[in-house]
Design a protein around this ligand. Structure first.
Ligand SMILES: [Zn+2]
Length: 266
């Protein structure tokens, strides 16, 4: 008899094992919570089935054959009674009921184990999906950084590159920044010592043209106050008269509304 054997567990729950096998099962379930739980549920099933099974009186000819087979004389009611008294009253129905139970509990245990395995597979599938998503995010991040680096290199290599240094204003006297701008290729903007922002606010970079400022884009400083932005600017604009950084509501504004943090002219 092997450990975790559903048929052995069912036979044990039915009380159909000899003492040696019963001992083996009892020894096993002392250490195996899974099989102990299976037996508890099997016993609930056997109890319920015993109540559900209709009580049957065996037909007279079966009784006669059984009594003949065990060597009793069917014509002697006394002998028949003594045979019947030797066994529990339900013993005649024991075999079909045990077969039914074995089928029922076997299917139940199989379903239980299947459920456990499906739950395990579900968990592994969820892990695989989240790993795939993490890999996709990493790929997207890497692509964005590569695109930014490529744009920045194109700007830095532009033949019409102009450099504009920005100085910190009273709101951030220690801050400084540099804008490298090409009409054809856009702007690389670096800043340092930017103060941390209150939540719901962002730094916005403006290219100030003779007709007024246009937004270049938003920058987000890291914990040390450094920020890098690589922006496209419209290729048909005149040369900027200044570059400035203001504090604006998150998401940015179409025109500057907030305090100037950095300002510089070519
Ligand atoms: Zn077990």
């Amino acid at each position: 008899m092997s450990a975790h054997d559903p048929e052995a567990l069912a036979a044990y729950a039915l009380g159909a094992l000899d003492s040696e096998d019963r001992g083996a099962i009892e020894a096993h379930i002392r250490d195996c919570a899974e099989c102990a739980a299976a037996i508890r549920s099997l016993r609930r099933v056997t109890g319920a089935l015993a109540l559900a099974a209709p009580a049957r009186t065996p037909p007279p000819h079966l009784r006669a054959r059984v009594l003949h087979a065990v060597g009793a004389d069917a014509r002697q009611p006394g002998s028949a009674r003594s045979v019947a008294q030797g066994r529990a009253p339900w013993s005649v129905n024991w075999l079909p009921m045990a077969a039914m139970l074995l089928l029922a509990v076997g299917a139940g245990i199989y379903a239980l184990r299947l459920q456990t395995r499906i739950a395990g597979l579900d968990g592994r599938l969820a892990d695989a999906v989240s790993q795939t998503r993490a890999a996709e995010r990493a790929t997207t991040d890497a692509r964005r950084v590569a695109d930014q680096a490529q744009s920045a290199m194109a700007v830095l290599a532009a033949p019409d590159l102009a450099r504009i240094d920005l100085a910190g204003q009273p709101r951030a006297p220690g801050a400084s920044a540099r804008a490298l701008w090409s009409r054809q290729r856009g702007m690389v903007f670096t800043a340092s010592n930017l103060p941390a922002l209150p939540s719901g606010r962002t730094y916005q970079v403006w290219v100030v043209l003779p007709g007024g400022p246009i937004s270049a884009g938003l920058i987000e400083p890291d914990v040390s106050g450094r920020a890098l932005g690589v922006f496209r600017t419209p290729p048909d604009i005149p040369s900027p008269v200044a570059v400035a950084v203001t504090i604006e509501p998150a998401g940015g504004m179409p025109a500057p509304t907030g305090e100037r943090v950095l300002v510089g002219a070519p």
